[in-house]
Design a protein around this ligand. Sequence first.
Ligand SMILES: C[S@@+](CC[C@H](N)C(=O)[O-])C[C@H]1O[C@@H](n2cnc3c(N)ncnc32)[C@H](O)[C@@H]1O
Length: 230
Amino acid sequence: MTSAYTGFGSADTAVEVYPPQEDSLLLIDAMIETGLVPGARVADLCTGSGVIAMAAATAGASQVTAFDICPSAVRQAREAALTAGTRMDVHRGSWARAVEFAPFDLVVANPPYVPQAPEGDACSIPATAGPSRAWDAGADGRMVLDPLCAAAPLLLDEGGTMLVVQSECSNVMSTLRALRAQGMHAEVVAQQLIPFGPVLSARAPWLMQSGLLPRGSRQERIVVVRADAP
Ligand SMILES: C[S@@+](CC[C@H](N)C(=O)[O-])C[C@H]1O[C@@H](n2cnc3c(N)ncnc32)[C@H](O)[C@@H]1O
């Protein structure tokens, strides 16, 4: 990991706003590596602390538009932009609202993608892990990923690019297939093995039992999928 994007998610807001983690940093690195950011109209769909949107702004995006359903996240992202003197529009609401502001040259997203056990496990996850709305994504982890793939052509300009980070637990092949089915070129451009965090630690037995994680796993593979519009 080569990123130096730190300092977001102070102790007092960590419970309400997802503190940037390995997935955030993997996506930032992949985004910068594309070389597409300078001059681009960028949308960050699930912005949280705003760390990815800020990285895009700092790397020379011509316009950065961010979305989050969480009021605390919106506040934190706006404050980060203000403090840095960076121009960024942060909207409170679903990522799906981005269609109203499209087209974009580059769309980035670190959506909720962790499969959710039917019986629930909130009490076994420490509050310091952040809010469950940041990771809970239905039984198969694809509650946001599927509609996001479906909306990609509506969000992107001709030749535009989408970068999405997700876990192996939420079926990377489904993401690739859904994007390719719409005529986009899609591939995994970055991946990393990371130790289980508090959420995966709590869910690992259920995930393995359900076949969503290989039995005996001690680490989780996270990937960045890149999709290019024709
Ligand atoms: C995994 S966090 C990512 C935060 C930040 N982008 C990062 O990488 O550190 C996911 C974020 O998505 C937000 N979120 C969840 N569902 C959403 C939705 N339907 N529309 C927009 N944001 C959503 C959560 O509030 C949370 O801030």
